[in-house]
Write a protein that binds this ligand. Structure first.
Ligand SMILES: O=c1ccn([C@H]2C[C@H](O)[C@@H](COP(=O)(O)OP(=O)(O)OP(=O)(O)O)O2)c(=O)[nH]1
Ligand SMILES: [Mg+2]
Length: 151
């Protein structure tokens, strides 16, 4: 029996024949590592953010989304992370998947073509009907929040 539950189409965009497709780095990895499709090395100065292309587009079943998440090694060693984490790839998006990187470190960071810059995790999206009501169900917490239980 196949261990795969979903078929997701991936299309290489023109000019990216040499860019590696998203790849799981271990058998049970959650994420597919994403490779930078920059045409020349891109430098992120400290505090700078840039949208990095990946060279591919997707078509996935409507019940899925893909999330773009940082790689912890890049974050820990260089302060490089994804600004809008987790980035949302909608099931109906057919454009190029891009990664919004930001340099939170103290040093400039250079991104090379085919470097692994982030990871992509697929998630099931529950199909929700938002139903407007006049009164909500009651709970013990009520409107308490934002630390009302203590530090
Ligand atoms: O990290 C990301 C986030 C988004 N996208 C693409 C896919 C997603 O389906 C689309 C829209 O993303 P989002 O809904 O987060 O952005 P928005 O500002 O609400 O744009 P839109 O009005 O197009 O929905 O942009 C990426 O390629 N990478
Ligand atoms: Mg949106």
């Amino acid at each position: 029996m196949s261990r795969y539950e979903f078929d997701v189409q991936i299309k290489r965009l023109p000019g990216n024949e040499d860019v590696k497709l998203p790849q799981k780095m271990s058998d049970a990895a959650s994420g597919f590592d994403l490779h930078a499709a920059v045409t020349e090395p891109v430098v992120l100065a400290p505090g700078e953010r840039k949208l990095i292309p990946t060279g591919f587009a997707l078509a996935m079943p409507d019940e899925l989304e893909a999330q773009i998440r940082p790689r912890s090694g890049l974050a820990f060693k260089h302060g490089i992370t994804s600004l809008n984490t987790p980035g949302t790839i909608d099931a109906d998006y057919r454009g190029e998947v891009k990664v919004l990187l930001i340099n939170h470190g103290q040093e400039p960071f250079t991104i090379q073509r085919n470097e692994r810059i982030a990871q992509m995790v697929f998630q099931r999206v529950p199909q929700i009907q938002l139903r407007e009501v006049d009164e909500l169900t009651e709970t013990a917490r009520g409107a308490g929040g934002f630390g009302h239980t203590g530090r």
